[in-house]
Design a protein. Structure first.
Length: 584
């Protein structure tokens, strides 16, 4: 930490938020102290100490987070040693692989839960334990809104995978091997063997999917101990990092080092620079906007694209490259990558350690220039695409995004006839039908898959290529949807079309046979249909998505914003601060 050593206790004990619960000589405070002792604590163990909440997304239904109970213990021991009082608070896990229809539906739920857990309890600061895709933005959104000192402890990526001598990355290779199975290139026995071999340790996906994209961005913004996002989950240094988080948060509380004191637009732009250099997931475009909105900071798709046009993909990681996260860590990790793009960073920005970015990267070194590339040796030259391209046109007036570095060169400017599917079920039922009138030049469109339409905007965007075209050797096609795509996937997939079809966006007006034109260089996506024809189609347009009348999904459909606005709830945007709960 870099707080003034002569001002170690900037706050006195009476200024701690938790003292509102514990300190007064009232019947309610008596009950608070009484019940804390009920759990076996002595009065001296919690009185007059910073209370540190450990928001833990551990769950047996979330293999990415299966080790977080042990990490919470490491945090606790360090908090005790630093003079704090740790309390573990379980929260929704939002583990990607087993949650249906999508964890994106529940990102805002976890954000609300994190905020309210911190508000309703006598918490002075918090360590946030998460890492699987939506847990990182969700926890940070809630923490930013609550504005207490917080530090993020990432779950860490799983160990590298290998099968029969082939490097296997979670997610990326699953899709590739699935296509091989469909073609008969591998056997059912191979497929079952892969099932038990590809994900071989605790931790998040070992590719630059959404999990590592978001933890790396949060690291670059300043919410972590610098470089923490790169440490593999199974490495002993990961446990050490968790303990250091516990020590750090106690210092942060004494100095009231909360997000509003250090989090600026410059921090977010640093996160965007990391995002582009890593070739990160398109999902980050939504999460970054939502996080910035919670802080009252304006961040747009155009802001991100401007950085993408200057910072090429430099990290040689799947799906853009051919290495995995463990190799990235051994090559020097995120700090080494940031050092190679320092000319684009705000080096004066600070984070949870109260030290500037310049100090984070001062001693960083790259130990493998093939894994962590320099600007003169990118994985994908800017002339061939970037981590985020923003498209606009009569099909997506409020924007659509794609990872243009993943597009086939011949598809960067493309015209083709639309093949439209109104639901994911229809797509699944028809895509491999031999009678489907589709060619390699067709444009596959899935609609009613956005925030409202699905609901929750699932990762359906890597639309499958028909089996008959796979057999002809087709490996990529132009695909368009208002859904998202897993960060582990690849291809010429245009995503996050806004406004979405379910609320009457232009995607709802497309008909099979319409000619669609994509021009990545111009940043345009249009259907070549006259305005008069589109007006007539709109006159007869009837919604076809399911409308929920109860449950959290009903709340979601009523209040979620569109992809270009971050898919947060409209009533959770930055504004007047919610008052502290009354204590009687």
């Amino acid at each position: 930490m870099s707080f003034n050593a002569n001002d170690l206790h900037k706050l006195d004990i009476s200024a701690l938020r938790s003292q509102r619960w514990y300190a007064p000589d009232t019947i309610r405070a008596f009950a608070h102290r009484q019940r804390s002792q009920q759990s076996g604590l002595n009065r001296e163990e919690f009185m007059g100490k910073p209370v540190i909440g450990i928001i833990n997304t551990w769950s047996e239904m979330s293999p990415c987070h299966s080790h977080l109970r042990e990490r919470a213990e490491a945090v606790k021991r360090a908090v005790w040693a630093a003079g704090g009082y740790p309390v573990e608070l379980p929260a929704l896990s939002v583990g990607e692989v087993l949650v249906k229809p999508t964890t994106m539906l529940y990102r805002n739920f976890l954000a609300m839960e994190a905020e309210e857990l911190l508000r309703q309890h006598p918490i002075d600061g918090a360590v946030l334990l998460g890492g699987c895709d939506k847990s990182t933005p969700a926890l940070l959104m809630g923490a930013i809104s609550m504005d207490l000192p917080v530090i993020f402890c990432p779950a860490g990526p799983m160990s590298s995978g290998k099968w029969r001598g082939h490097v296997t990355g979670a997610g990326t290779h699953t899709k590739k091997f699935w296509d091989q199975l469909r073609l008969g290139a591998i056997t059912q026995h191979d497929w079952v063997e892969l099932e038990g071999a590809m994900t071989r340790s605790i931790g998040t996906c070992n590719t630059m999917g959404t999990a590592s994209t978001m933890t790396s961005i949060a690291d670059a913004i300043g919410f972590m101990l610098p470089g923490a996002s790169s440490i593999p989950a199974a490495d002993s240094r990961h446990v050490q990092m968790a303990a250091q988080c516990g020590q750090t948060i106690v210092d942060m509380v004494w100095h009231d080092h909360k997000p509003s004191r250090w989090l600026t637009r410059a921090n977010f732009i640093n996160g965007v620079v990391a995002y582009m250099a890593l070739g990160g997931s398109t999902n980050a475009a939504i999460h970054l906007i939502a996080m910035a909105n919670r802080a009252g900071i304006t961040l747009t798709l155009e802001d991100m694209e401007a950085v993408a046009r200057e910072v090429p993909v430099l990290a040689n990681l799947f799906p853009s490259g051919d290495q995995l996260m463990e190799e990235f860590f051994f090559a020097g990790g995120l700090m080494a990558q940031l050092k190679k793009v320092q000319q684009f960073l705000n080096l004066d920005a600070i984070g949870v350690t109260n030290r500037p970015v310049a100090a984070w990267i001062a001693n960083a070194n790259c130990y493998d220039d093939n894994v962590i590339r320099s600007l003169d040796n990118p994985v994908v030259p800017l002339s061939q695409g970037c981590a985020l391209a923003v498209l606009r046109g009569n099909l997506c007036p409020n924007g659509a995004v794609m990872k243009s570095s993943a597009a086939k060169p011949e598809l960067r400017h493309h015209k083709g006839a639309a093949i439209v599917f109104d639901s994911h079920q229809e797509l699944s039922d028809r895509i491999d039908d031999p009678a489907l009138d589709i060619t390699k030049d067709s444009v596959v469109i899935l609609r009613n898959a956005g925030p409202v339409g699905a609901p929750g905007m699932p990762e359906w965007g890597n639309l499958p290529i028909p089996k008959k075209l796979l057999q002809e050797g087709v490996t990529d096609m132009v695909r368009i949807t208002d859904a998202r795509m897993s960060g582990t996937h690849y291809g010429t997939c245009i995503l996050h079309v806004a406004p979405e079809s379910a609320i009457g966006g232009p995607l709802a007006l497309v008909r099979t046979g319409d000619i669609i034109e994509l021009d990545i260089a111009k940043g345009s996506l249009n259907m070549l249909v006259s305005d008069e024809e589109l007006a007539e189609r709109r006159r007869t347009l009837k919604p076809v998505h399911k409308v929920y009348e109860r449950s959290y999904a009903a709340l979601y459909q009523q209040h979620v914003t569109q992809a270009d606005q971050g898919c947060d709830f409209d009533f959770l945007q930055a504004g007047s601060k919610v008052p502290e709960p009354p204590i009687f």
